[in-house]
Design a protein. Structure first.
Length: 370
């Protein structure tokens, strides 16, 4: 039974349905699968997030799902139901969560939580952030927190050394895990500011994450169901501890470049047009500072390559048709840029990576919802 809806509700459902059809076609394109389009319907179901009915060929998505979760989660449920469709229409099975269905999930790169063969999907869709930290992760993050406390030192040499040691700590953790042959399931985090484009300074922050914090950064667009708009986002992929650290650094640098610009503009009466150049300078100086690190030993390099291949495999599963793009740097105000570089060379990561509360583990400032 469906409740009566206002014209505005009907328009919203129409826009959501159109977007689901676009996502359906994009999933088929990305994974190179041919399926006959079903009837896509948004319903009022409260016991399941989605369903596939082979007799009527109706693929349903719960309205509550769209209202309660971000669009990347909606897509995973859509892919789950598309796997049912693939299994029943082409693979000769898949009415339940059987081996045929799981093979179809693999074909579509369905996330583990959405592919698990347990019948109905969970009443609450899990987030990797909700899981309690393991003892190993607790030790790692406590050590990182202590080192970042040193990064607040007025002694520039001590602060730089502390930052280097944080990165080395995370690198060693990854090497130890590889030595022990303990697999680390990659996770992803969507970062975005509901903008139509990613600004140059944000793009540089993301490049710093990819270069120095052991994560992959993938650019794309994501639909916002509330606004019915698509915004530019960045997806950060890596092990849980590395993604959490990268998220902290992202928000910290974002806040710092704006605070430093405000202080610089006030002190030097700079025009607003110099803002971009100054921010790019700050981040260039900070990136150069991070680049001053110890050389990697041959054995460590070999193990890192193994880890990189595992991460690349996960990225390929999520983005089978991934392409690379370059962006133009644009013109810079040289004076503002050099002033920014000087400020960036003095910038240090401050203590504040973790706040613990219950079993949720890390709570990071300004964290994005996934």
């Amino acid at each position: 039974m469906e409740w009566s809806r206002s014209p505005a509700d009907h328009e919203l459902l129409r826009l959501w349905t159109e977007e689901l059809y676009r996502e359906y076609e994009n999933v088929l394109f990305q994974y190179g699968v041919r399926l006959r389009p079903p009837v896509l319907r948004i319903d009022d179901a409260t016991s399941v997030w989605g369903s596939w009915h082979p007799m009527t060929r109706v693929l349903s998505i719960s309205k509550r799902l769209i209202e309660s979760y971000s669009w990347d989660v909606v897509i995973e449920v859509l892919k789950h139901e598309m796997a049912h469709q693939l299994a029943t229409e082409q693979l000769g099975g898949g009415h339940h969560h059987d081996a045929t269905f799981l093979a179809a999930c693999k074909r579509f790169g369905v996330a583990d939580w959405a592919a698990r063969a347990t019948g109905a999907l969970p009443t609450e869709i899990p987030s990797w952030k909700d899981k309690a930290l393991s003892e190993e992760e607790e030790r790692l993050l406590k050590r990182a927190e202590k080192l970042l406390a040193l990064a607040g030192s007025a002694n520039e040499h001590e602060a730089l050394l502390a930052m280097q040691r944080v990165r080395e700590l995370y690198a060693k953790h990854r090497l130890d895990r590889l030595h022990a042959q303990r697999a680390a399931e990659p996770v992803y985090l969507i970062l975005g500011r509901k903008k139509k484009r990613i600004e140059a300074h944000e793009s540089m922050i993301l490049s710093i994450l990819a270069e120095h914090f052991f994560v992959r950064v993938i650019y794309g667009k994501q639909f916002d169901a509330k606004a019915c708009e698509k915004y530019q986002v960045a997806e950060v992929i890596g092990t849980r501890e590395n993604v959490l650290m990268a998220e902290y650094v992202y928000h910290y640098l974002w806040q710092q470049v704006h605070a430093l610009w405000d202080a610089h503009r006030s002190a030097h009466d700079e025009p607003a047009s110099a803002k971009r150049s100054y921010m790019m300078g700050v981040l260039s100086g900070f990136r150069d500072k991070l680049g001053k690190k110890q050389p990697v030993q041959p054995e460590e390099r070999a193990l890192i390559l193994v880890s990189e291949r595992e991460l690349d495999a996960y990225v390929s599963q999520r983005f089978p048709r991934l392409t690379s793009k370059s962006w133009g740097g644009g013109r810079l105000d040289r004076g503002a840029y050099e002033a920014g570089v000087s400020a960036g060379e003095r910038l240090v990561l401050r203590k504040g990576v973790t706040e613990r509360g219950g079993s949720r583990g890390l709570a990071l400032p300004g964290k994005s919802q996934t």
